[in-house]
Design a protein around this ligand. Sequence first.
Ligand SMILES: [Zn+2]
Length: 253
Amino acid sequence: MIFKKIENKQIMDSYENPLEMSFISNNSGGYISKNQDILNSISLNNLNKLILKNAVKGTVIYKIGDSNEKIALISGIHGNELSSQIASLFLLEELLNSKLDNTIYLIPFAAPNATMNNTRRFNSKDLNRSSCIEGSLSNIILDKLLDCNVISIADFHTTGRNSNPGIESIFCSRKPSPKSCEIAEYINEHVGSKIIEHEKAGFPFKGAVEDESNLRGIPAITCEVLSPFGSLKKGSVERSLLQMKSFISYFNY
Ligand SMILES: [Zn+2]
């Protein structure tokens, strides 16, 4: 994948670290600003304006830092789970002014079109059940992240109180990538989110980004914070951001 450095001085003069970007898909674009809860929760600074503008054209991956240990964070696999998508914009800005030990790949809006429409599905597909299907957007995202040689992936979601899992949590699995559970234990210890451990990746259900990554030998987790689908629970963005930073700090951020 070819990454392009963002050169615009009006944007980048405020930050210490360079920022690079690349398009993962040109078929998933959407106007994030139509999602009022997101628009009202973020600062419309030059950086976020650029990110929203890019999302109109498709799914974008951002790259910060330049070291051998490469990790990836995803949000927006379900477009109507807002807290983690907002948190990822806060995270990106913070990383741009942090001393980094890793290369961090960040996908703030996996399917901007679904985020615009505040819907769980993209092109009638649940992206967290279809990453095992060749050509699905989540399958493409996973392929591209593996091309970048990431050593771990964390996928950030929200869950409603009366849905599954219905609690702030971290999903992990023992086989075939046991490090998935080590990462979950670290975040549990530092942030307090409950661990939901499965013995085998891809069971009881198939096609989650986390499971497919674990099955391909790249340790991965799914993090959930409590917030109703399609809207924002107070404090949920902060909880998601804590999970994200804890994941990064496991790799010595
Ligand atoms: Zn979700």
